[in-house]
Structures are given as C-alpha cells and as structure tokens.
Design a protein around this ligand. Structure first.
Ligand code: F0G
Length: 481
C-alpha cells in the first residue's frame, strides 16, 4: 500500500474510510466518575458504558464493522444444521487462512476449552512465546502447566526490537528435550497480547516449525491477532516487504498444524474457530463442539455473526483496513514517548501500553500499580483502559500471589473506532496525570474470585488518594468535564 505523504512532512495516520453510523458518547463530570469507580470496585471491567467516555478497554467485539459486513448479516441463512452461512465461512477460512477443516466456537476461549480438553492432561507442559489469561486458565484447568520462552529483550519495555514476540528457539529445544512426551504441542501467539501486543517474525515461526518437526510436536497458532502481526511482518521484515497480506497470512498459518482464533478480534465480528488441514486433528475435537458449543455448522454463534465473520476475514487482506489500528497506535505511542511518558516501545498492536511500574514507581507491586493507574486515568479522563499486570495474574497452589512480569495499562484502539482528536484528548489527560502521578496511590482486594479474578474482582484504594486527585483536577481544569 502506498503511503500518503503530508506536505508539512508530519506523519499523521490518515483514515481511508468514512463514518456513516455513529454512537453518542457520555463524558460525565469527574465527581460522577469517582462514584462510578467506587461502585465498580475500582475495576474498570465493572464500569457501565454510560459512565465511560472513550472505551479503550479492549478491541474484542468492539472493532467497527464495515458496511459489507453489516449487509451480509441480513442475508444469513438461519438453520440449525447445514446453514449456507457456514459454507461461506468455511470458504473464507480456506481462502484466507488456508485451512480446510473448520470447527466453529462461540469465542476464542471456547476454542481453548476444546483444545485443552483434547490435548492437555495432568502433567502436560505447554511451551509458548507468552500466555494469554484465558489460555493459561484452560491449561491449568486441565491439569497442565506452561513454560514461557521469550528472549530477554521481550520484557524490556522500552526497546527497538521489532519482534519482541519471538519465542526463544534455543530454550524451546531445551524444553522439548526436558519435558519430552509431556509436551502435547507448542503454542505461538500472534502479537503476544500481554507483553504489549508485540509481533513475532516469520523467520521465528519458521524456526519453530523446524523444531516442531525435529521433535514431532504439533504447532498450535493462536491467530486472534494474526492480521496485525502479518501487517507488522510486512512493515518490519525485509524479506516480506513485497508480499501481499494474503501471502503473509497463508505463510504463517501454513506453518501451524492447528490454528484457532477469537473472531471478536480477527474478523471484527463475534465468534471464533479452530481450523486445520489434518482430518485426524479435526476428528479428535469434532464431538466436543455439539457438546459445548452447538451443532457443527454454527458452534454457538448466531448465523448473522457467521456471515459477518466470513466477510471480516476476507477484509483482513485489505491493507488500508488492517493498517489503521497499528498506525493509530504508533501515533499514540510515539507522541507519549516524545513527551517522556513511559510506554511500551516499539508500538505494537491492539493498543498503547503504558508502563505502570515506571509511571507509578512509588507504588509497590503488591498494591497493583497498573490497577491503580487504570483507575486513576479513568477518574481524570473518562477513558477506560485495562489493567494488564498483577491483578490479571494468579495465585500459586499455596495461595501465594504471582507478581506479573510487567505492569501495564492497555489503552486499546479497536479498528476504525476513534478519531485522532480523541487520541489527542487521551494524550493530553495522560500528560496531566503523569505530572501529578505522585498523587496516585495503591489498591487492595476486597473481593477476589478464585479464577480470572481481574474480570469481577473488587478493590479499594489504600488511602483517600482518589479524592486528592479529584481536588487537584478541579484546581487545574476548573469546571471542565
Ligand atoms: N487469545 C488471545 C491472543 C486473545 O487476545 C484473546 C482475547 C483470546 C485468546 C480469547 O478470546 O475473548 O474471544 O474468548 N483477548 C481479549 C482482550 C479478551 O481484551 O485482549 P475471547
């Protein structure tokens, strides 16, 4: 895709779409936002969208759909079995991901449930570049454990390494030798979500394939964020510069035995899928779909969404669509970085990731700096981000809390949702918060669910810091919203 150059020389991401349906937003006064935070147990997952101005919680199910996706939803073939909508989806999966056999599931973690039940047993060890929360939960649930094998650079939040999502090939081989038969598969996650949406390179995935063949292991690819990973391969990996998105995507999925995805991300719809070219893999999981999801031609997904999924999958081949979110994120990250605000670099996919450990270096990790920063940022801006740190971590079998490797606040940029002035607003408020960061204090749990605690958990501030922050905001901004 050719880049549009501005005469001024400025690098500004330019939207190659127009807005035709809009939704009104609510920017409530800071006093209301403090009450909303208290009601939500200082957990941004529990906020009502009526209290949220810019919803940067996630891109999951919140990407803007295209006109063609919405139109396709009206042609859906409602049928319990043999729906034509599913046939269209199968064709799209084969064309875009190069896999013949497709098992539909209602979302990404449902795929993880099916894969986990099929391949994980007590004592299983799954090597991977990095875990995602729901992936880890399903592996643990089935009695397995994980080994994360990154290069040291990956957890260095400020870096110029273009492929921090690469798996450490030498360590992978050592791991396979050490755990032998207990390894059911190797898992690679495209655009490693939890370390800041960082891609892996094609070269790395090719190296993994060699190792997988050498040790006769299955390679499983989590393709939820594969579109943007493929786009960054095209941008950052010399050998792939001239290839189309289609070539790159197929080369990636062609290296994996089993590919699964959350369609809430990949195809800007809802739903998910597991696909493969090996009938034996398909057969192993087939019976679980009607048991946990729905019949094999809908898998718990509405047929309308299946139509949207099929169109959305094909649209991932369109560079002007797939580049939009990474280009906005790059703008967001570069601006904050230039202002001296600690963010994960280089810019990845999914969102801008603020380094809470540095931002709030006065808050000890057991008082959840990322949780506190997410709450504080919502309070002073109405922008909802997501904690990706120790609140999102787990306890070990002795109940000891495992401190997260990184404490991040993720400000997600769903595809084609926000305008540049909205991003500028977020940058402005974050700059103010950085100047006033010493007013932010810690959090502690008041309600801690045993599994995936970050979703529904409740917390409270360790002091009256939120009121102090509110007071300072009023001093500086007067009666501004
Ligand atoms: N794998 C990855 C890499 C993901 O990012 C997600 C979801 C899943 C699997 C699970 O998919 O939500 O459809 O069940 N990520 C969302 C997020 C929740 O906000 O990053 P799901």
């Amino acid at each position: 895709m050719q880049k549009v150059k501005f005469y001024s020389g400025k690098e500004i991401p330019l939207e190659l779409h127009k807005v035709r349906v809009v939704q009104k937003l609510h920017l409530r006064p800071i006093e209301r936002r403090l009450d909303a935070l208290k009601e939500a147990g200082f957990n941004t997952f529990r906020l009502s969208t009526l209290d949220v101005f810019l919803d940067m919680l996630t891109d999951s199910g919140t990407n803007a759909m295209s006109d063609n996706q919405v139109a396709a939803m009206f042609q859906a073939d409602d049928a319990y079995a043999g729906s034509q909508s599913f046939i269209k989806l199968q064709a799209a999966v084969e064309d875009v991901l190069g896999k013949k056999y497709l098992l539909p599931v209602h979302q990404g973690r449902a795929a993880e449930n099916i894969i986990g039940r099929t391949y994980i047993k007590k004592g299983s060890v799954v090597p991977m570049n990095y875990h995602f929360t729901t992936t880890l939960a399903h592996i643990l649930e089935n009695g397995g454990s994980i080994v994360e094998l990154l290069y040291p650079d990956a957890l260095k939040l400020q870096s110029d390494n273009p492929f921090k999502g690469n798996i450490n090939i030498e360590k992978l081989e050592e791991c396979l030798i050490e755990h032998g038969e207990n390894v059911p598969f190797i898992r690679m996650e495209a655009s490693t979500n939890l370390i800041g949406g960082q891609p892996f390179s094609m070269k790395n995935l090719m190296d993994v394939r060699v190792i997988a063949d050498k040790y006769n292991k299955m390679l499983v690819l989590d393709a939820s964020l594969i579109g943007e990973n493929a786009y960054l391969i095209k941008q950052r990996e010399e050998q792939w510069k001239e290839n189309s998105m289609g070539d790159i995507l197929k080369a990636m999925t062609g290296l994996a035995d089993l590919v699964y995805f959350s369609a809430r991300k990949l195809s800007s719809s809802r739903g998910g899928g597991i696909c493969t070219n090996q009938k034996s893999i398909y057969n192993k999981m087939e019976a679980l779909i009607p048991l946990y999801e729905g019949f094999l031609t809908y898998g718990g997904i509405s047929v309308r969404e299946i139509e949207a999924m099929a169109v959305g999958l094909r649209e991932t081949l369109d560079e002007s669509m797939i580049s939009q979110s990474p280009n906005f994120i790059k703008h967001f990250v570069d601006r904050l970085d230039n202002l001296g605000i600690p963010v994960v670099t280089p810019a990845g996919v999914l969102g801008c990731h603020v380094d809470a450990m540095q931002f709030c270096d006065h808050i000890p990790q057991n008082e959840y700096p990322a949780g506190a920063l997410a709450a504080a940022f919502y309070l002073i801006s109405g922008v909802r981000g997501m904690e990706r740190g120790t609140v999102s971590s787990v306890r070990d079998e002795n109940g000891v809390e495992l401190m997260a490797d990184v404490e991040l606040v993720r400000l997600a940029i769903p595809r084609r949702v926000f305008t540049l002035s909205q991003i500028e607003y977020a940058i402005d408020r974050l700059t103010w918060l950085y100047e006033n960061r010493n007013l932010i204090g810690g959090l502690r749990f008041t309600y801690e669910p045993p599994v995936l605690r970050f979703f529904m958990g409740g917390l409270e501030p360790t002091s009256d810091w939120p009121s102090k922050l509110l007071y300072k905001f009023r001093q500086d901004f007067g009666d501004s919203l």
